[in-house]
Structure formats: structure tokens, C-alpha cells
Write a new protein. Structure first.
Length: 129
């Protein structure tokens, strides 16, 4: 495994951690607050960094099955964060989250986790010979 891919793997684990913290807080309290936004935003920054590192370390090119899943999951989380920030800016601090935004957050986060797990499995199975 190339150095970029190893670093990317570590960074994507941190993205998972921060996405999960933000998602858990959002689902537990059903409120968009600064902690939720911070965790989601940091997760997105780490996710973008990990994606770039994985692309740099890849020997298979930009367009693979996992790449398509990963890019769509990254896009989904990006849209989710834009929706969360927009809701936060347009509403009162600590106002309950809109049920539609909450549903989208569940779908986007779940899709991201599927892409994360798929990537890990693809790497694991590629080393079995």
C-alpha cells in the first residue's frame, strides 16, 4: 500500500469519527447546534482530504466501483452539511431540526458508512490471493 493510501486510510477513519459524533448528536437531540455543525464540517474536511490522498495513492485510477460509491457519498454528505448550515442560519439557535432534513441526514450518513465499509472490504479482499 502506498504512503498516500495509508495516510488517507487514517484520515478517513477520523472523518468517520467526526461524522458519527455529529450524526449521533443530531439524532439524540434533534437539534442543529454549533457542536453538530463543527463535527459534521470537520468530518467533511477530513473526508475531502482522505479522498484526495486515496486518489493520489491509487494504482487503479479515478473511476472504480468504490470510487463511484465514495464520490457519491462525499457529495451526499456535502449536501447534508449545506442543508444543516442553511437551517441553522435561517432558524433560531437550537431549534428542532426539520424532519425532512433529518431524514436526508440519515440517508446520507448511512450511504457514507456503506461506502466506507465497501472500501475497507475491497482493500481486504484485494490482498487475499
Amino acid at each position: 500500500m502506498k504512503t498516500f493510501s495509508i495516510i488517507g486510510s487514517i484520515v478517513v477513519l477520523h472523518a468517520l469519527l467526526f461524522y458519527s459524533i455529529g450524526f449521533y448528536r443530531l439524532q439524540r437531540k434533534r437539534v442543529i447546534n454549533k457542536r453538530v455543525l463543527f463535527a459534521y464540517s470537520l468530518g467533511l474536511v477530513l473526508d475531502v482530504a482522505a479522498t484526495v490522498l486515496m486518489i493520489l495513492g491509487s494504482t487503479k485510477g479515478l473511476f472504480t466501483l468504490h470510487g463511484a460509491l465514495g464520490y457519491s457519498a462525499l457529495l451526499g454528505m456535502g449536501v447534508d452539511i449545506v442543508l444543516l448550515w442553511r437551517h441553522f442560519k435561517l432558524n433560531l439557535l437550537n431549534e428542532k431540526v426539520n424532519p425532512k432534513i433529518n431524514l436526508y441526514s440519515k440517508i446520507a450518513y448511512s450511504w457514507w458508512v456503506v461506502a466506507f465499509i465497501t472500501g475497507g472490504l475491497m482493500v481486504a479482499f484485494s490482498h487475499i490471493k
